[in-house]
Design a binder for this molecule. Structure first.
Ligand code: PLP
Length: 443
């Protein structure tokens, strides 16, 4: 076989994105403006309907104030926790098996993170490294304010179980008192409205993924397929360069409507938090004579620019085709891994329909050293791979000790993420499979 060069996850950006970015640059408005607002409305429609071509110019009100575009998922998660009033003295539960941003956002808010181990070998159907739900339930205490769930690799967690746990532990939950500030008062009202720990979904990988979940409608409960962003109380997406939908850097926050607090009020707080606490954005200030503004709080600067949103608009046009191509690649990888007896993620199960963001494989019986050698052999053949993830408790910042999280360690020790992206040809995928087969023979 002739050697090929296979990158891990390069951005799939084409002429459409380039033309829209150029149009934004020429438009005279390059920071947060009309393109960002349009992307927010189109994402809101996509999350609610699963369709990327809803004409959001027709029912502007319906799709407005539902999604906030920001400069990263990390910022989006931190702002969600801020809006929820999470602060010093509170605890946030996070799976041990995730990326640092899932946990660091809570720490930035002053909260204490408590890690929860994953199920042994992950979820039995999808193999996704999901939290051990018994351990999650046991970890909820009177200080717990939020659970951060992670739809790793684009596979959606079991939210029916997560919400059932949050409900069962309701009696331990005390909503924060209002503190007389706009942010603290909003947090208090949201906590009261929820009446239990909040479920904040880290959907960094899972735009466009869906799951069949239980939905209350009057007295009846029905089963319905919902997209990520329409399931958890708050959800955050990443549009970072390695993600399957990219704006270079970027992210978005979205929440479920509450009866007691209007979407507009929550949206407005996100605007304030992401723009210095300033009560007028650049577009509003640019109107003649409208220079004056107030600063409501000494907050952050993490807004999305219209240049980023330009990329996002065209990525959204192409998204269904991008996801279909991922599904084809996955079918090819699945066939090869099944033949080799290698465990892999199942992106499509009876309940979940994943976007195919990552392709994780685990080689039975391998220890870390063998896994690392396999990564080297693939690299020598020109194939870039990765490891998603080294469990957070192993990281220096989180104590450097994974002994309390044996399932997370066990999942990690023999895991490799194979390259998956939409610039891969069928021949590239076959090359990865053949090289893997040959490399495994050397062990
Ligand atoms: C699971 C998870 N959460 C959060 C993030 C943070 O995303 P961003 O880089 O957009 O802040 C990442 C980034 O890779 C991630 O993998």
């Amino acid at each position: 076989m002739e050697k090929r060069k296979i990158s891990f996850s390069p951005p799939d950006v084409g002429e459409l994105e380039i033309a829209e970015v150029a149009a934004a640059l020429k438009s005279g408005w390059i920071t947060t403006g009309p393109r960002t607002k349009l992307l927010e409305r189109r994402l809101a429609a996509y999350i609610e309907t699963g369709k990327n071509n809803v004409d959001t110019e027709r029912e502007t009100e319906r799709w407005s104030s539902r999604v906030v575009c920001l400069n990263s998922a990390t910022a989006a998660e931190e702002l969600c926790l801020r809006v929820l009033g999470v602060k010093e003295g509170d605890e946030v539960l996070v799976p041990a098996y995730t990326y640092t941003a899932s946990a660091s956002a809570a720490i930035h808010c002053g909260a204490t993170v408590r890690f929860v181990d994953i199920q042994k070998d992950g979820d039995p159907d999808s193999h996704m490294p999901e939290m051990d739900y018994e351990k999650l339930e046991a970890a909820i205490g009177p200080k717990t304010k939020a659970i951060v769930t992670v739809d790793l690799g684009g596979i959606v967690c079991d939210y029916d179980r997560i919400f059932a746990i949050a409900e069962r532990k309701k009696a331990l939950f005390t909503p924060m008192e209002p503190d007389g500030t706009p942010l603290g008062d909003l947090g208090s009202r949201i906590q009261r409205a929820l009446g239990r720990v909040a479920v904040v979904a880290d959907c960094a990988h899972s735009l466009g993924s869906s799951r069949i979940v239980s939905v209350a409608g009057g007295k009846a409960i029905r089963r319905q397929r919902l997209c990520c962003g329409a399931i958890a109380d708050f959800s955050v997406f990443s549009f970072h360069a390695v993600k399957n939908f990219t704006t270079a850097e970027g992210g978005a926050a979205v929440w479920l409507p509450l009866q007691q607090v209007s979407n507009e009020e929550i949206y407005q707080m996100f605007q304030l938090l992401s723009l210095h606490g300033q009560n007028k954005d650049a577009l509003a200030k640019s109107k003649l004579g409208a220079w004056e503004y107030d600063i409501i709080g000494p907050w952050y600067k993490c807004n999305m620019t219209d240049i980023m949103a330009a990329m996002g608009l065209r990525q959204l046009d192409r998204y269904p085709a991008l996801l279909s191509r991922r599904a084809e690649i996955i079918r090819r990888y699945d066939a090869a891994c099944d033949e080799l007896g290698i465990s892999h993620l199942f992106h499509h199960t009876e309940t979940t329909d994943g976007n195919g963001h990552l392709y994780l494989i685990r080689v039975p019986g391998f220890v870390e050293e063998q896994r690392n050698r396999l990564i080297e052999l693939l690299a020598e053949a020109g194939i870039a791979t990765n490891v998603h993830y080294k469990p957070l408790p192993m990281m220096t910042a989180y104590g450097g000790d994974c002994s309390g999280y044996p399932n997370a360690y066990d999942y990690y020790r023999n895991l490799i993420s194979l390259p998956i992206h939409t610039l891969l040809t069928d021949e590239d995928v076959d090359y990865v499979c053949e090289t893997l087969k040959t490399a495994l023979k050397s062990f």
